[in-house]
Structures are given as structure tokens and as C-alpha cells.
Design a protein around this ligand. Structure first.
Ligand SMILES: N[C@@H](CCC(=O)N[C@@H](CS)C(=O)NCC(=O)O)C(=O)O
Length: 225
């Protein structure tokens, strides 16, 4: 099958699909939607107008979770779902906690990054929601290298890009290491970077995030004349 992934470098949902496709060893063409397509062209592909969308020989599938499940069904050589029903349920639960309860406050905080015009009450509320979601993740992850069991799963594909965002956005609000405040999650995030598919995606996200933030001002070594 010929795959084309319509995505965006910084989108955690696109990163979720890339991680799965890297782990499965699937070839695909990556199309950076917001650079390459007009809004009309993208709307012609999917009325949701959201990335990612996967083109499978002309069939366009939107929604990262739907894409993930589709790929699990058709590309079975490297499965990213555990065998037992209990572990499979936990994979789905963790991805769902990420989708519903982690991404909601993160999305709102992303809109508040600029200190000018920031709404402190909204920010405080969203940090409360984020803290709750981190606590729920801590309850359900194994606390080892992978979220569930001893292999990469769809839970890792969903969560790692979201945790990358949590750890990069929150310092802009003065919470220097949000993940360190939840050691089980922090441990999981740092250990899983060893996995080649995880490491590759996190590096891509780091590059895209650095590009978005612009060049850092180097500290002055010499006193100004
Ligand atoms: N539930 C969707 C969320 C996708 C999403 O919100 N993508 C964002 C980028 S991270 C987007 O395309 N935003 C553009 C828009 O909403 O118009 C999924 O899992 O794929």
C-alpha cells in the first residue's frame, strides 16, 4: 500500500502516527500540510481540516486514533497492541486520558504562551486540569520503559509527543519541570527515549519546537563596551 501522511512537524497527533509508522517500518511520504497546501486544498481532502490525515491509496483517513487502529489492523508484522485484553484496555485508556484530559489544558495553555494578554485565572485552572491528568497517567503507566508491558505500544505513540509538549510548554509559565513533579511519568518519559522510534520522533519535535521558538539569545560573555 502507498501511504501519504498529511501532518505538521509540531503536531503531537501527527507525531503519534509517525512514531507508529517508524516502529512498524512503514514507508510513507510526509506532507507538511500548512506549508504545502492551501486551506481549500486541505478541506478538499478532509472536511475536518485537522492533521494528521493518512492517504491510503486514495482513501483519506483523518483522526490520529482512527489512523492508529487502522494501521494496526492492516499492518500486522510489528504489532503495537499487547496480547491480553487487560493490557489492551490499558493502552486504550492511557491514549484516551492523553487525548481528552492532557491535550485539553495543554491546548489552552498553548494559546496563553504570550505573557501579554494572558488570562491568569484560565492559566491557573488549566494547570489544575493538567495536574489531574498527570496524576491519572501516573496511576495507569507501568513506571518502566514503556507505558504498558515491555514493548512499544499505541499508548507510547500517543503519550510521548503529548508529554514532550507538557515538558516544553509549562516552563514558559514558570513550571520548570512539570514531569519531575510526577516521578513515575518522568521516569517513563526519560527511559523510553531509548526506543529508536521514540527517540526519532522526539528529536523531530525538538527541532520543530526550537524552530518555532526562534534563535535563543546567547548569554553575553564579555561586558558590553
Ligand atoms: N482529534 C484529532 C486532533 C487533531 C488536531 O487537533 N490537530 C491540530 C494540530 S495539533 C490541527 O490540525 N489544528 C488545525 C485546526 O483545528 O484547524 C486527532 O487526534 O487527530
Amino acid at each position: 500500500m502507498a501511504y501519504k501522511l498529511y501532518g505538521a512537524a509540531l503536531s503531537p497527533y501527527s507525531a503519534r502516527c509517525r512514531m507508529q509508522m517508524y516502529a512498524k517500518g512503514l514507508e510513507f511520504e510526509a506532507v507538511s500540510v500548512f506549508d504545502k497546501l492551501s486551506p481549500e486544498e486541505f478541506a478538499g481532502l478532509t472536511p475536518l481540516k485537522k492533521v494528521p490525515a493518512l492517504d491510503v491509496d486514495g482513501l483519506i483517513l483523518p483522526e490520529s486514533q482512527v489512523i492508529a487502529e487502522y494501521l494496526e489492523e492492516v499492518e500486522t508484522d510489528v504489532p503495537l497492541m499487547p496480547v491480553s485484553a487487560e493490557e489492551r484496555a490499558r493502552v486504550r485508556l492511557l491514549a484516551r486520558i492523553g487525548d481528552l484530559y492532557l491535550m485539553m489544558p495543554l491546548g489552552k495553555l498553548f494559546g496563553q504562551v504570550n505573557p501579554q494578554g494572558r488570562d491568569p485565572k484560565l492559566v491557573q485552572y488549566m494547570f489544575g486540569e493538567l495536574d489531574k491528568a498527570m496524576g491519572w497517567l501516573a496511576h495507569y503507566v507501568d513506571g518502566s520503559k514503556y507505558a504498558v508491558g515491555d514493548k512499544l505500544s499505541l499508548a507510547d505513540c500517543a503519550l510521548i509527543p503529548m508529554l514532550f509538549f507538557s515538558s516544553n510548554i509549562t516552563p514558559l509559565f514558570g513550571r520548570e519541570c512539570l514531569l519531575c513533579e510526577t516521578p513515575v511519568v518522568h521516569n517513563y518519559f526519560t527511559k523510553t527515549l531509548d526506543d529508536p522510534a521514540v527517540g526519532r520522533v522526539v528529536q523531530e519535535l525538538e527541532e520543530a519546537f526550537a524552530k518555532m521558538m526562534g534563535p535563543k539569545t546567547e548569554p553575553q560573555k564579555q561586558p558590553a563596551e
